[in-house]
Design a protein around this ligand. Structure first.
Ligand SMILES: [Zn+2]
Length: 148
């Protein structure tokens, strides 16, 4: 996991200088029609850090190819300038490098309801799964991209 200092070094601090951060790193991804057909809860557009567009597309397509996409019931967001849950640190969502899915059934510090194959797809495509974190910070809804 990257430290907050490493993330700020790469992206700047979105809490302090939001507009320069957004202008440099954020983009609107038009979710492809075939993904939206397969996963009806996906929004038409996702405002995300441009570095996660390709890996998010890849993870979703691999889930669809394996028939695991049906586990996705709600899209619960990407970009959000806020602190981490249960911490004073800046959330990965403030950098636009994390997405939340099925929040209601995979709450912070709560149950993880994803199947093992579903989580394996995210790991195999390079994502960090909040489901893998220790009990105090477990966040099953949360998928984070740090490979840059
Ligand atoms: Zn999250």
């Amino acid at each position: 996991m990257k430290t907050q200092a490493q993330l700020i070094k790469q992206f700047g601090n979105p809490e302090v200088s939001r507009l320069p951060f957004e202008n440099k790193w954020m983009k609107v991804w038009i979710v492809p029609a075939d993904i939206r057909e397969a996963i009806p809860c996906m929004p038409a557009k996702i405002y995300l850090n441009r570095l996660i567009e390709v890996p998010l597309n890849m993870a979703l397509r691999k889930l669809i190819a394996l028939g695991l996409h049906t586990e996705i019931k709600t899209w619960d967001g990407c970009f959000n300038i806020r602190k981490k849950r249960g911490s004073s640190g800046i959330s990965a969502h403030a950098f636009g490098i994390a997405v939340d899915i099925n929040a209601a059934t995979n709450p912070f510090r709560g149950a993880v309801t994803w199947s093992k194959p579903f989580l394996k797809v995210w790991r195999d495509t390079g994502w960090i799964c909040g489901a893998d974190w220790s009990a105090a910070s477990r966040d099953g809804m949360h998928f984070q991209w740090e490979r840059y």
